[in-house]
Design a protein around this ligand. Sequence first.
Ligand code: CMX
Ligand code: CO
Length: 153
Amino acid sequence: MLTRIDHIGIACADLDASVAFYRDTYGFEVAHEEVNEEQGVREAMLRVNGTDDGGATYLQLLEPVRDDSPVARFLARHGEGVHHIAFGTGDVAGAAAAVGGRGVRVLDAAPRPGTMGSSIVFLHPKDCGGVLTELVQAAAHGGAGGEPDLTQE
Ligand code: CMX
Ligand code: CO
């Protein structure tokens, strides 16, 4: 059902400074940058490795673009740090329904647009041992971060 770690989301106050830290310290390069207005973030995806299902694993650096966004609230309460983890799946709606059926609150009634054309849902951190968790279906074949259609659990 969940086939890989898609990314680790990290809240930062200054995206450019955070990108420079990961580049200069570890040598990670930015694969993609975008603003997601719905999520209230400016973000950079740093590709760490490819995976054998055709997907990849990233660090997602997140800077808030408005004060009422989840990342802005997180920064105000906790400061910079790990904000969420994201698991990759070939079927985000199916995975959300399965996890929801096991008693975990799914925060999105239907998948929303995520980075690089992906579809995402979030799970409530209070139902996941304090870890805000995202499920990600990468963009369809051919797009950035595309992965094959995975139908088996
Ligand atoms: N990880 C773990 N716990 C978290 C958390 C996080 N990232 N964010 C909030 N919490 C906890 C808080 O610590 C707080 O716990 P206590 O009540 O014990 O103090 C509780 O959740 C409520 O915190 P809050 O600041 O009042 O936050 P809200 O309830 O308003 O929102 C949440 C929390 C998870 C529902 C909201 O952040 C959300 O909907 N997140 C999903 C969307 C998102 O994070 N988008 C940005 C990333 C986009 C992307 O990855 O593409
Ligand atoms: Co994310």
